[in-house]
Design a protein around this ligand. Structure first.
Ligand code: PDD
Length: 287
């Protein structure tokens, strides 16, 4: 089954999809994106992703409504067409095509592209044994809550971590405060309390992060959105990272040292299991 793309509503095989090289996404990384996966064939938490995309668009002064653009219909149509068991949908909106000039051009239309690929499957070894993170300094910009397509710092960090033998970079600020990884949010568990950095411009406000906090509420687990340091993480009983493609991924080592027992923790396992149970979002946490 071929991977497919959708460019402004027109579907085609991914290998045939083309955008002009003067798309501002290509020239300036002038755009935002979302990654949405399916669960039992349905887009998972799509509304939350569309809301976050609307926010990202507003914050780059491209105040378009993803729903009015037709993105939900294209997502559903693409999932049906590609017929993969579980799908990873990439959605990107750029300011559009114009002669290269830093100023915003007048009167251009945005380019909305979607790609549909099989949802990545992570090796059981990682799920059962956990991954290792490598601590690296934050070299990103000051607006990390915008899901910008400008990911050069993130990919440089991830590659540096990989070359050092890690799975991902653990991004830490100069004061030792843990932010997130190059592509996921971070959680620790200390004395039965789940902690994750609060929403701010220093992290992406992950949809999976939010869902895991909802899972905590559902399981009756204590959970706090508060900053913690790299020392707190080293002393934690458990750690894990979250993203749309990974769900809950256990972290068992940081910089060559075990976290907790060095095994996947019990609360991490409970949250990973709970994650799979579809349930209405807990309203009290929404407001
Ligand atoms: N990455 N933090 C960063 C920097 C991310 O890039 C991501 C997602 C997350 C987790 O967000 P969510 O739970 O909404 O997926 C946190 C996506 C999957 C990517 O770039 O491929």
């Amino acid at each position: 089954m071929p991977e497919i793309a959708c460019i402004n509503g027109e579907f085609c095989p991914l290998a045939e999809a083309r955008v002009p090289i003067e798309d501002r996404g290509y020239q300036f990384a002038d755009g935002v994106y979302e990654v949405i996966v399916t669960r039992d064939g349905e887009p998972f938490l799509m509304d939350a992703h569309l809301d976050r995309m609307a926010r990202s668009l507003r914050l780059i002064n491209l105040p378009l409504d993803p729903r009015a653009l037709g993105i939900p219909q294209w997502i559903n149509a693409g999932i049906e067409r590609c017929a993969f068991a579980e799908v990873m949908v990439y959605v990107q909106v750029t300011r559009g095509v114009a002669a290269r000039n830093h100023n915003f051009p007048d009167g251009i239309a945005p380019n909305v592209i979607l790609t549909f690929k099989p949802k990545p499957v992570y090796p059981v070894k990682l799920r059962e044994g956990g991954v290792e993170l490598k601590t690296l300094a934050d070299i990103r910009w000051a607006r990390c809550s915008i899901k910008s397509i400008a990911l050069l710092p993130n990919i440089l960090l991830k590659e540096q971590a990989r070359q050092a033998g890690g799975f991902d970079a653990l991004i830490v600020d100069p004061a030792g405060i843990v932010r997130e990884t190059s592509c996921a949010n971070v959680f620790i568990v200390t004395e039965q309390c789940v902690r994750t950095p609060p929403k701010s411009d220093r992290i992406l406000h992950g949809i999976t992060r939010e869902h895991v906090l909802d899972c905590c509420a559902r399981l009756g687990l204590m959970a706090r959105e508060e900053d913690f340091t790299i020392d707190d993480l080293r002393a934690a009983d458990e750690a894990f990272i979250t993203s749309s493609t990974m769900d809950v991924m256990p972290v068992t080592r940081v910089d060559d040292r075990a976290v907790g027992t060095g095994q996947v923790g019990e609360i991490t396992q409970r949250l990973a299991a709970c994650f799979d149970a579809e349930f209405p979002l807990v309203e009290s946490r929404r407001n």
